[in-house]
Design a protein around this ligand. Structure first.
Ligand code: NI
Ligand code: MN
Length: 227
């Protein structure tokens, strides 16, 4: 069993009933989130990149709960400097955690953190991970890339999370193409509507995937999906 709960923007909480993880825990400053950082109790935090709308409250949550932040090496080093716990990884590498295997994928984007938003935190990533007998591909912030075909060939993806908001990431048409490349059983759009600049209609995304055989689940904040 795998339960995924969307907290708004790109923040997703996953549990298999025994372990729990949160991906890109942008909560306290997230206009879509009603869950706050202080409400989160997880075993691991997965962070795709250093941008404030992704790394979010990861350091605070790690310090309070002793959750380990799984992140690309440079970002992991940065959060440790801030007092968090981290497991350093890098793109192409996988590791078997108690809850399942996590592998880092490429993401075409940037990564920096800190008050200036300009402190170097290496390359951004996406995650392919196993939990509760299911395989999840969380793309992170990225543009479309052809290697997504390979990710879909290598893994049978049960659940995919990908951005549709355009401007900073792929928009709807490229996201539709990404889903066709990966062929997940279920896809959930994210990274849209948080601010005007990334306004997008998830129903348009869903409609464009009609007949593709992929189930599109549009999750409102705090809504869950169980596989
Ligand atoms: Ni970003
Ligand atoms: Mn973002």
């Amino acid at each position: 069993m795998l339960k995924a709960t969307f907290y708004g923007h790109s923040c997703v909480y996953f549990t298999d009933g025994q372990y729990s993880i949160i991906v890109d825990p942008f909560l306290n400053d997230n206009p879509q989130a009603t869950v706050k950082a202080e409400d989160v109790d997880v075993d691991y935090i997965l962070a795709t990149h250093g941008h404030g709308d992704h790394l979010g409250d990861a350091v605070e949550i790690s310090k309070r709960t002793n959750a380990t932040i799984i992140a690309p090496n440079e970002l992991a080093l940065w959060v440790v400097q801030k007092g968090a716990l981290a497991h350093n990884m890098h793109i192409g590498g996988g590791y078997n955690f108690e809850f399942g295997r996590v592998k880092l994928t490429i993401a075409h984007h940037g990564s920096a953190a800190g008050d200036s938003g300009l402190e170097y935190t290496g390359n951004p990533c996406g995650f392919v991970f196993d939990m509760g007998g299911k395989t999840v591909y969380y793309t992170g912030d990225t543009g479309l890339f052809l290697d997504m075909k390979l990710i879909g060939e290598i893994n049978e993806i049960d659940l995919m999370f990908l951005p549709i908001g355009d401007n900073f990431t792929m928009g709807i048409d490229d996201a539709v193409r990404a889903v066709e490349f990966v062929k997940p059983k279920v896809v959930v759009p994210m990274h849209y509507g948080t601010w005007e600049v990334i306004a997008a209609d998830p129903e348009e995304f869903k409609k464009k995937l009609d007949g593709s055989g992929v189930r599109v689940e549009i999750l409102e904040p705090n809504k869950s999906l169980e596989l």
